[in-house]
Design a protein around this ligand. Structure first.
Ligand code: ZN
Length: 332
């Protein structure tokens, strides 16, 4: 491809020469939404996403108002469909429920892939990621520094289990801090599968119900009772809600945060007893391996350590560069 098939204009991604934007924040005529995390959603005229992402997005933003003619176009994985002269196809991204990568095939047959947020590790509460073959690839770089190498997930989950068991046998409540969408359900699927009784903050419970409606069962998980101390139960709550009214009943607690950033060292997390590197993003080696597996001859890095990931990709022989803002014509 001579010209980049994708542009970054005022912080928004657009497929060049088309109205199709990717994970736009500002209102767009037509946008693909890769998943329902807050930094990827917006109120658009036409929204292309999986049914699960649309449900999670509506939960977050409210149902689209009819007067505004907001149109939701639910799309299934691996079912190509036309949009003007483009052919679009979604592939699972393994990041949170409903998360998708998008492949856009142009009329001349060339294809552009966009990963959104990607996790190539095994997942219990989301659709496992699939490789999206494409000619040019736009890949996220959240953990794009070579030093970000996650331990095997089973090992991290075993450490979380030890932490939980240790707290329960000491007679205190294990409190796990996890982002409400995605990370919470991932640890809940593990804990409920291992037979633990779990209490969650109401914000997590509301998202759990959407997961269950889309086929992810979370037995043994109940909302917190602010009037009762959880006895022999595990608590999962977003960290910023650790001292919210719903948590009033949790008196004696031992806390752990679940995040890939735990690799930066537990000292970066103040006021918690432990930090475990449970991530819903791919680590550096996985990002490099993924880019290679797509077969893309040209790669653009976005979000995070874009320069470092592009450099790593070049070292393995892939033509890669960070996607830069288009400025020249905007100023004229
Ligand atoms: Zn995300």
């Amino acid at each position: 491809m001579r010209h980049p098939p994708i542009e970054l204009v005022r912080g928004e991604l657009r497929v060049s020469g088309t109205p199709l934007q990717l994970d736009a924040r500002r209102r767009a005529e037509c946008a693909f939404v890769s998943h329902a995390h807050g930094d990827h959603i917006g109120r658009h005229d036409r929204t292309i996403a999986t049914a699960a992402t649309l449900a999670l997005m509506n939960h977050r933003l409210g149902e689209p108002r009819r007067r505004r003619h907001a149109e939701h176009l639910p799309a299934e994985y691996r079912k190509p469909f036309g949009l003007g002269e483009l052919t679009l196809e979604l592939f699972p991204a393994g990041h949170v429920l409903g998360s998708a990568q998008l492949r856009v095939t142009l009329r001349d047959g060339r294809s552009l892939g966009y990963t959104g947020d990607l996790c190539t590790d095994t997942v219990q509460a989301a659709e496992p990621a699939e490789v999206m073959p494409c000619d040019a690839l736009v890949i996220e770089s959240t953990f794009g520094l070579p030093r970000y190498v996650f331990p095997p997930k089973a090992e991290t989950l075993a450490r979380v289990k030890d932490f939980v068991d240790g707290a329960l046998s000491a007679g205190v409540t294990p409190v796990l801090y996890a982002y409400a969408l995605g990370k919470s359900q991932e640890i809940l699927a593990f804990l409920s599968g291992a037979g633990y009784a779990v209490r969650v903050h109401p914000t997590v419970h509301a998202i759990d119900k959407i997961y269950e409606a889309h086929g992810v069962a979370l037995p043994g998980v109940r909302p917190l009772d602010p009037e009762a101390e959880p006895a022999g139960e595990v608590v999962v709550v977003p960290q910023q809600l650790a001292w919210s009214p719903a948590m009033r009943g949790v008196k004696r607690r031992r806390t752990a945060v679940l995040t890939g950033w735990a690799l930066d060292g537990e000292r970066s997390f103040r006021g918690v007893d432990a930090a475990f590197p449970l991530s819903d993003h791919a680590d550096h080696p996985s990002l490099v391996a993924y880019a290679k597996a797509t077969g893309a001859s040209r790669v653009f890095t976005v979000h995070g350590y874009t320069d470092d990931l592009a450099a790593s990709l070049r070292r393995v022989g892939i033509r890669a560069e960070p996607l830069r803002e288009q400025r020249q014509l905007e100023l004229l």
